[in-house]
Design a protein around this ligand. Structure first.
Ligand code: KDG
Length: 355
C-alpha cells in the first residue's frame, strides 16, 4: 500500500498554518380543515413529523445558533409539516449517546465533532490528524467537495446520514498547572481528550497523560482537578466558561475540528423527496451561517479569555515543529489503519485547495 504523503505534506501545511494561526420521534397526525372544497367540510390528515435535535454545547455557542437557523428554515419551508425541537448542553446525552440515539430512533439529529464519529466509522479519524488543515478556507473546500462527500457516504451503513459539515474550529490547549510554550511543557499533564484513540495517542506522543472523557463531564472534571487541562476552540473555552476553572491557554491550534450534521437514516428515508431536499439544503445553509458566526468572534474570544484572567502563551515555531515530529509516527500508524490511499486523497485535496 502506498505510504502516505505525510512527510511531503506536513511542512507546507505547517508553514501556511503559522501565518493563519491566529432527531422524528414520530409522526403525529393532526386534523386540519381541508381547503374549501364546497359541499361537506372534509378534514385532511396532515402528517406532522418531529425532529429532536440535540448538541453538547450550550445555547450561547454558534453551534446552537446554527441549529436554530436550521429549525427556522425547515419549519418555514415545510409549512410546519416538520417541527424541530432543539436541545443543548447535553440535555439528550453526550455525543456517543446521541449518535446511538439516531441509530435507535430516540432522536433524529445531532452534530458531533468528527472525533467521536470515528467510533462509528473509523475512517473519520483522518479529519483529526493534527496539523492536517492549514486554514478554515482549505477545510471548507475539502470538506464540502468530493473527498468530504466520500466520507459522508460511509455513514448510511451505520443508519446515519451526514447532511453537512459545520465547524467546531481550531483546537487550543488550556490547563491549570503551567504555561505551555514548548513540547517539554506537555510532560505529565493530565489532558482530557475526546473519546478518540488518535487524540489519545497524539497527546501521549507529546509526553502528556491523556484521558478520554465525554464533553458533558468536562467542566466538573476541570473544576475538581480530576484532569489538569483540555483542548477546544476558543469559542468553546469561553462560552462554556472554562476560564473559571483553567488558568493557562496556548495557541497550539493543533487540530482543525469539523462538526458533522448527522440525521437518523431511518427518519430521513421516511421523509418525502421534497422534505429530504429541504432538510438537506437547510443543513448546508445553516452550516454556512454557523461557520461565519464561529469565525467572526474567535479572535475576540481569545481577548475575552485573557480579560477573564487566563494567561496566554504563544507556542514557538520551533515547538510546533517539534510537536509535528513527535506526532508523525502516530499519523503514519493511523494512515496505515485507515488506508493510505484514502488518506492520500485527503492530502491531495488539501494541496489542490491551496493552488
Ligand atoms: O456538541 C458538540 C460537542 O460535543 C463538541 O464540542 C465536542 O469538541 C468537542 C469536545 O471537546 O468534546
Amino acid at each position: 500500500m502506498k505510504k502516505s504523503k505525510l512527510s511531503l505534506f506536513l511542512a507546507p501545511a505547517l508553514a501556511l498554518m503559522l501565518t493563519a494561526c491566529g432527531g422524528g420521534g414520530g409522526d403525529t397526525a393532526t386534523e386540519e380543515p381541508a381547503p374549501e372544497t364546497g359541499g361537506d367540510q372534509a378534514t385532511e390528515q396532515v402528517e406532522t413529523k418531529t425532529i429532536r435535535a440535540g448538541i453538547g454545547l450550550n445555547d450561547a455557542h454558534p453551534q446552537y445558533k446554527g441549529l436554530l437557523k436550521f429549525k427556522e428554515i425547515v419549519e418555514e419551508k415545510t409549512e410546519g409539516s416538520i417541527v424541530v425541537e432543539t436541545y443543548h448542553s447535553g440535555q439528550l446525552g453526550d455525543d456517543r449517546t446521541m449518535t446511538e440515539g439516531l441509530q435507535l430512533g430516540s432522536q433524529e439529529v445531532t452534530i458531533p465533532s468528527t472525533a467521536p464519529i470515528a467510533n462509528f466509522v473509523p475512517e473519520f479519524s483522518v479529519f483529526d490528524f493534527p496539523f492536517l488543515f492549514p486554514s478554515e478556507e482549505v477545510a471548507d473546500t475539502v470538506l464540502d467537495g468530493e473527498v468530504g462527500q466520500q466520507f459522508l457516504d460511509m455513514l448510511p451503513e451505520q443508519n446515519l446520514v451526514g447532511l453537512a459539515y459545520w465547524e467546531n474550529g481550531f483546537r487550543d490547549l488550556t490547563n491549570s498547572v503551567r504555561p505551555v510554550a514548548t513540547v517539554e511543557d506537555f510532560k505529565g499533564l493530565k489532558i482530557r481528550t475526546m473519546e478518540n484513540e488518535l487524540h489519545l495517542d497524539a497527546f501521549r506522543a507529546l509526553g502528556a497523560n491523556p484521558t478520554p472523557m465525554a464533553f458533558t463531564e468536562l467542566f466538573a472534571a476541570l473544576q475538581q482537578r480530576t484532569v489538569d487541562g483540555q483542548e477546544n476552540p476558543y469559542a468553546t473555552i469561553y462560552l462554556q466558561k472554562f476560564h473559571e476553572v483553567q488558568d493557562h491557554v496556548s495557541n497550539t491550534h493543533h487540530i482543525y475540528s469539523p462538526f458533522v450534521f448527522l440525521m437518523s437514516k431511518s427518519f430521513f428515508d421516511d421523509l418525502t423527496e421534497e422534505q429530504q431536499q429541504i432538510v438537506q439544503e437547510a443543513a448546508i445553509e445553516a452550516g454556512q451561517y454557523q461557520r461565519e458566526l464561529n469565525r467572526e468572534a474567535n479572535a475576540q474570544y481569545l481577548e475575552d479569555l485573557q480579560a477573564e484572567g487566563m494567561t496566554y502563551t504563544e507556542i514557538t515555531p520551533e515547538a510546533r515543529e517539534e510537536m509535528v515530529e513527535r506526532i508523525r509516527p502516530v499519523l503514519d500508524e493511523y494512515a496505515e489503519k485507515i488506508g493510505s490511499d484514502l488518506v492520500n486523497q485527503v492530502y491531495d485535496a488539501i494541496e489542490a485547495a491551496q493552488q
